[in-house]
Ligand binder design. Structure first.
Ligand SMILES: Cc1cc2nc3c(=O)[nH]c(=O)nc-3n(C[C@H](O)[C@H](O)[C@H](O)COP(=O)(O)OP(=O)(O)OC[C@H]3O[C@@H](n4cnc5c(N)ncnc54)[C@H](O)[C@@H]3O)c2cc1C
Length: 267
């Protein structure tokens, strides 16, 4: 038995206003994470404010040289979008390897970045591509948005409206997925951006992070050999029944090499 109330928002503005006056309410997008959380009684909001299906959140377009993806775009929509495939093929590919078909048909990019699961795929692309998360209140650079385990810069009641991706010269993603859930045991996103080469790692630690040593090495040479012997501090990496720290550190190196091979068109 749930004792919460369901509210279907007619617009982002209406959802934001409702959340501002109901601090114990939670926004519902695809429900892929929130509904299991409710079932396990790990969250007990007073209201669920459903933003699923709002047309204003579903747009995917190129605007002023950036790829703009509405927060309500599902993983399936992103993976199949001709606009995404042309602008940033690695992002379409990343969306296509999230979870399973049910998850891809329901889960949204906004829900994924807001949730910031340490093994989620999108955070690696958002950080790797130096994207900007646009909310109902402000614009937040990826470097400031992700703040560790299930933690982001979002304030209570603040909604992700869209993610804006600058177009990279080249980008690639490689992921070693958990065989049961599909989540990343380790995923590495490499992008040649206007601001330089960026390497973002998901799945290995308590949150997505940039592997700065790899960025510095690859800025000099894009050959896989550049990654040999590089420092990778795994002391804070996840250490569980699925993989220990050392195994995850090795996976990061392997995924980085595979992403690099894709980047140079060898795979
Ligand atoms: C079996 C399974 C396998 C999965 N495998 C993967 C995987 O391989 N890779 C991966 O990356 N993910 C995976 N996921 C997660 C999935 O991809 C969803 O993206 C994720 O669960 C959240 O998206 P959602 O739209 O369902 O959000 P919800 O579940 O509706 O919401 C999640 C959280 O985000 C908040 N929220 C939602 N939208 C917004 C918004 N616009 N602004 C602010 N806050 C918001 C909600 O209040 C809630 O706290 C998996 C999930 C399941 C159930």
């Amino acid at each position: 038995m749930y004792t919460l109330n369901y509210v279907k928002a007619k617009s982002v503005k209406e959802a934001a206003q409702f959340l501002a006056s109901h601090p114990e309410a939670k926004v519902l997008a695809g429900g892929m994470t929130l509904l299991p959380t409710l079932k396990q009684r790990l969250a007990k909001p007073t209201h669920l404010v459903d933003i699923g299906g709002l047309p204003e959140l579903r747009k995917i377009e190129l605007k002023a040289g950036r790829l703009v993806v509405g927060a309500g775009a599902t993983h399936c929509e992103v993976s199949r979008s001709p606009v995404v495939k042309k602008a940033i093929p690695a992002l379409a590919m990343l969306a296509s390897v999230i979870g399973d078909p049910q998850v891809r048909n329901q889960g949204t990019i906004g829900g994924s970045v807001a949730n910031n699961d340490p093994a989620a795929d999108y955070p690696a692309a958002v950080l790797g591509l130096d994207a900007t998360v646009v909310t109902t209140q402000r614009e937040i650079a990826a470097d400031k948005f992700f703040q560790g385990l299930f933690s982001t810069a979002l304030k209570d009641g603040e909604l992700v409206v869209r993610v804006e991706f600058p177009l990279p010269k080249k980008a690639a993603y490689s992921k070693f997925h958990h065989p049961a859930s599909g989540y990343a045991m380790a995923g590495v996103f490499i992008a040649q951006t206007a601001g330089g080469l960026r390497v973002a790692v998901t799945g290995a630690g308590p949150g997505v992070f940039r592997w700065k040593e790899a960025e510095a090495a690859l800025a000099k040479s894009l050959k896989p050999a550049a990654l040999e012997g590089l420092k990778l501090d795994s002391s804070g990496f996840n250490n569980d029944i699925h993989a220990d720290r050392e195994y995850r550190a090795n996976l990061v190196r392997v995924m980085a090499k595979r992403a690099l091979a894709k980047l140079s068109g060898k795979k």
